[in-house]
Design a protein around this ligand. Structure first.
Ligand code: TPP
Length: 619
């Protein structure tokens, strides 16, 4: 069947039996591609039938389907002319693992961060109405994404606006890990309802045609039905806030899905269709372990075993160290926003279930919750990926830093993350944290320094940021680690010709570059900046005025990070004769690809840096 799917709307030409066969073909194809490229396998396997039904009933050339988070868009990409291109999924110059308006007009809104779809859909629907256009707007949101504050804010607005739009709630009872939330408790009650039947609408439409009395009868029946619903399901949340609720329905039955979507299409009000799916459907390793297969690297299809090295990572070192610290200090607690496994908290959660909090996809709440805990004497370590910290910026300022509370904000996946692309690159945290008063911002050069910084952070009794990258420490090992002192850098190597400065991950790059430069008789001083704030102006000035040449390497955007701090120091001290080379990411959104490829593309690989330094400074 896959051979018959080459362009947008080809799926509409198939009959029901053929669509069922297509679902099998698509599953095999996606399993094949992700086993090579990695990707969000389990979520995609769960929406195969739902996507086929949606794109059979709606016309994606004009109707707008917004995929929340967007990690489940592979089936949509296959159905919209990107079947071959899927083989390049997440690769440099290949197609993205998320919807991209620049990739296809059928990707009508870019997503990547959770819980945005209902807001965007409502904006599109409102625009449609104001411009008196006619098209359907559909937000597809998972039960995990529905725990996000933005989704709830949007539901609140949709309910009172009465805007015609469709919300598909793709309920697989899973976020990345099991969805433990108040919202899940509500959905559990709804799941236990008898399946929604289309015949209700046949009766409704038939009754509406009765002259004069039709509408009256329908209204009366729906009021009685409403009252009955209230009896069966206390507080029918969606209906009470003004959104029609239909469901639950089987998300793997294409025929039933198409029937109901055709009905829903005609409603003139906001409707939420509750669809039950199975994460990982059709591939037993993913059905059995949907968390592992949520986002996975290369794997063996037969066994489901991951093929990439299972080495330790900054996240696992962080998680283990926190267990150790928590055993000695009963005030330490751990907070995650739905990323328990990703940030290395799985073991902590088992060991200290009462001191571990997974708050759902709710970064804003996570930070203010931590502020409350800190205010009353606890020591919260909140670990959130760099790009998701963007969500909680006001909370960091307003709730943590203005009150100078000792919340330890751990920024995982800082810097380039690779295949997930521009929505997930952690390039801005250094810049946006640096400008907040009361905050201390530090980044470790390796695992040992991460552990040291964790210990050090709790001695400060103030807001602290510790940023560290995805994956493992560099293979070039540091033999010594000076004790930490607030705002003090560490001299890794003394030299006379140039000063190399790095922070966090890029300190090892500085060392490697320095070793390479020795071969060309360029003797370099290497400075581990350690603290972006407060920055060690004294030592920086000492090194710079000695060598007169400075090279800054940072895993961050060029605006507002280490480069700009150093340049400010130069200007403030009227040091106009210092030559500066800076290696940071340019002021643009950085696309997907492997970390090595991206570093090379933007000139942050060791070869480029060494050659540049030779050419610029060794004339
Ligand atoms: C703001 C934000 N925080 C965290 C994430 C990481 N994340 C990606 S998918 C996901 C779970 C989504 O669950 P659900 O919406 O139920 O979709 P499913 O994969 O189960 O289909 C999370 C937490 C994110 N994308 N955005």
């Amino acid at each position: 069947m896959l051979e018959r799917i080459n362009k947008v709307n080809d799926v509409k030409k198939l009959n029901l039996k053929e669509k069922k066969d297509l679902a099998t073909d698509i599953r095999n194809y996606i399993i094949d591609v992700t086993s090579n490229n990695g990707g969000h396998l389990a979520s995609n396997l769960g929406v195969v039938e739902l996507t086929i039904a949606l794109e059979s009933v709606f016309d994606v050339r004009k109707d707008k389907i917004i995929w929340d988070v967007g990690h489940q868009c592979y089936v949509h990409k296959i159905l919209t002319g990107r079947k071959e291109a899927l083989k390049t999924l997440r690769k440099s110059n290949g197609i993205s693992g998320f919807p991209k308006t620049e990739e296809s007009e059928t990707d009508c809104f870019n997503t990547g961060h959770s819980s945005t779809s209902i807001s965007a859909a409502m904006g599109m629907a409102k625009s449609r109405d104001l411009k008196k256009k006619k098209y359907n707007v559909i937000a597809v949101i998972g039960d995990g994404a529905l725990t996000g504050g933005m989704a709830l804010e949007a539901l609140n607005h949709v309910g009172c606006s009465k805007t015609k739009m469709i919300i598909i709630l793709n309920d697989n009872e899973m976020s990345i890990s099991k969805n433990y939330s108040g919202m899940n408790q509500l959905l559990t009650k709804l799941r236990s309802r008898k399946k929604y039947r289309r015949s209700n609408n046949y009766i409704r439409n038939f009754t509406l045609k009765i002259p004069l009395l039709g509408k009256l009868i329908v209204n009366l029946i729906s009021r009685i039905k409403g009252a009955i619903k209230q009896l069966i399901i206390p507080g029918m949340f969606f209906e009470e806030i003004g959104i029609k609720y239909l469901g639950p329905i089987d998300g793997h039955d294409i025929g039933e899905l198409e029937d109901i979507l055709n009905d829903v299409k005609s409603f003139d009000e906001p409707v939420l269709l509750h669809v039950i799916t199975k994460k990982g459907k059709g591939y037993s390793p993913a059905e059995e372990n949907p968390t592992k297969f949520h986002g996975i690297g290369k794997f063996d299809i037969e066994t489901g075993e991951v093929l990439t090295d299972k080495t330790d990572s900054y996240s696992s070192v962080f998680g283990n160290k926190l267990i150790d610290m928590a055993s000695k200090n009963k005030n330490i607690v751990a907070i995650t926003a739905a990323m328990k496994d990703g940030v290395g908290f799985s073991k902590f959660a088992k060991k200290y279930p009462n001191r571990f909090f997974d708050v759902g996809i709710a970064e804003q709440h996570a930070i203010t919750f931590a502020a409350g805990l800190a205010k009353e004497g606890m020591i919260p370590f909140v670990s959130i990926y760099s790009s998701f910290y963007q969500r909680a910026y006001d909370q960091v300022i307003h709730d943590v830093c203005i009150q100078n509370l000792p919340v330890i904000m751990c920024v995982d996946r800082a810097g380039i993350v690779g295949a997930d692309g521009n929505t997930h690159q952690g390039l801005y945290d250094m810049s946006f944290f640096k400008l907040i008063p009361n905050i201390t911002v530090m980044a470790p050069k390796d695992y040992t320094e991460l552990e040291m910084m964790m210990e050090f952070s709790i001695t400060l009794n103030r807001p602290v940021v510790i940023r560290y990258p995805r994956g493992s420490e560099s293979s070039s090992k540091f033999l010594t680690h000076d004790n930490l002192s607030l705002g003090k850098s560490e001299i890794i190597r003394e030299g006379k010709d140039i000063t190399l400065m790095g922070i966090g991950k890029t300190v090892s790059k500085c060392l490697e570059v320095s070793n390479e430069l020795e071969k060309y008789n360029i003797n370099s001083e290497v400075l581990n900046i350690r603290f972006l704030k407060p920055i060690d102006e004294k030592q920086i000035l000492k090194s710079i005025t000695k060598t007169k040449k400075v090279v800054i390497i940072e895993d961050s955007t060029v605006i507002g990070g280490l480069t700009s701090s150093i340049k400010e120091i130069l200007v403030d001290n009227k040091l106009s004769d210092i030559e500066v080379l800076s290696y940071a990411y340019p002021d643009k959104f950085i696309e997907h690809g492997s970390v090595d490829e991206i570093e090379k593309k933007y000139g942050l690989d060791n070869n480029t840096i060494v050659n540049d330094i030779k050419n610029t400074f060794n004339k």
